[in-house]
Design a protein around this ligand. Structure first.
Ligand code: SF4
Ligand code: FES
Length: 362
């Protein structure tokens, strides 16, 4: 297999699963890594070097909350020394002005700040963290003062899609250059809250109109990336740009994954970056090779003219909904699993279905 795979452009380093927030839409797995199991600074530094040698250009530092790692600054210094473009994906909690200034000096290239709502009431309700909104707004002020390029990350769902215009206004007010408004993706913990967070079709249609208008209103001022909920789409998303083709994830304990939710697929065995060089994992690991290319595809996808567009969709979604990771993503309108997905959508978006949120407490 060596030499047949493309090289990864991006690596997601999940530095820790620890997080002060408790968002019900958390996509991290049900079983989290304990602090004691986390990779050491030296481990990460070695992995960053291996990633750069393998061809990775962009490093996304995420979590949990990456600022929960005391060595965040050292990690950013090491990543920059390895020549990687560094992006910090954070809730902002734990980033003091002093820490932000040090990160700036270390060469941190970009920050993605998550927002849980446009008011303290909504944001603290969704994040399950009282006072979180005010702290985040202070952090945003310091980010703007220092002049970091900023992207706002807003997860939209049934309880906040009406706030979409106000969310876009907030991005401009905070000096963000880009906003990623992604409708909740149902993976990991978020699956538990699917019926509380699933938007309705009306909400999604309205959101698309808001986005259409906003793209022209904010042209030149704010780049808007909107990720509609794929349950309402006719075709699935090209998850990870195709399995094992453009990116990889390293979890807090060093497990190397082809995608965020790969561990939900039974039968796949994953290597650990503590034991094996990243290049070896990327090229030779049976888990990375499991869904590369088109050989694994069901007939429906293999003979379809979109097979090189969406690669048969998301393996983890096929697993979660149909219990079969080798099936066509049930979002695809040609999939025999689509009626099941439509049934779920109809059931979960009935007006009388309003379950309480189940928070992700660590
Ligand atoms: Fe994509 Fe497979 Fe559906 Fe074709 S049949 S659109 S490749 S998911
Ligand atoms: Fe695993 Fe989509 S999240 S393939």
């Amino acid at each position: 297999m060596r030499g047949m795979a493309d090289l990864p452009l991006a690596m997601l380093a999940e530095l820790t699963h620890r997080c002060p927030l408790a968002c019900p839409y958390c996509s991290n797995p049900l079983e989290l890594s304990a602090k004691e199991a986390e990779l050491s600074t030296e481990d990460w530094v070695r992995i960053f070097g291996q990633a750069a040698d393998l061809g990775v250009l962009q490093l996304h530092l995420s979590g949990g909350e990456p600022a929960s790692r005391r060595d965040l600054l050292d990690l950013v210094i090491a990543a920059r020394e390895a020549g990687l473009y560094t992006n910090l994906i954070t809730s902002g909690i734990g980033l003091t002005p002093k820490r932000l200034e040090a990160l700036d000096e270390a060469g941190l290239d970009h920050i993605q700040l998550s927002v849980q709502g446009v008011t303290a009431r909504m944001a603290d309700h969704i994040g399950g963290y009282k006072g979180g909104f005010d702290r985040k707004m202070h952090v945003a002020d310091h980010i703007a003062r220092i002049g970091f390029p900023l992207t706002l990350n807003a997860v939209m769902h049934r309880q906040n899609l009406e706030d979409l215009p106000a969310t876009l206004e907030m991005a401009v007010r905070l000096g963000a250059r880009r906003i990623e408004v992604a409708c909740v993706q149902f993976q990991g913990w978020a699956l538990r809250n699917r019926s509380a967070l699933q938007p309705t079709r009306d909400q999604v249609d309205q959101a698309k109109e808001v986005i259409r208008d906003a793209i022209s209103t904010y042209r030149g001022q704010l780049v808007i990336d909107f990720v509609p909920p794929d349950y309402y789409s006719d075709f699935p998303k090209a998850c990870m740009g195709g399995w094992g083709s453009t990116g990889l994830n390293v979890t807090p304990d060093g497990t190397v994954l082809p995608c965020h939710a790969a561990e939900t697929i039974p039968g796949l065995v994953f290597e650990n970056a503590k034991d094996k060089p990243l290049a070896e994992v990327w090229h030779d690991s049976p888990s990375f090779n499991a869904f590369r290319g088109t050989d694994w595809m069901p007939e429906l996808c293999r003979t379809c003219d979109r097979r090189d567009v969406d690669f048969g969709g998301c393996r983890c979604q096929a697993m979660a909904i149909l219990g079969d990771a080798t099936a066509t993503d049930p979002v695809c309108r040609k999939s025999p699993g689509r009626p099941l997905l439509d049934g779920l959508l109809a059931e979960e978006t009935l007006p009388e279905v309003a379950p309480d949120l189940v928070y992700r407490r660590i």
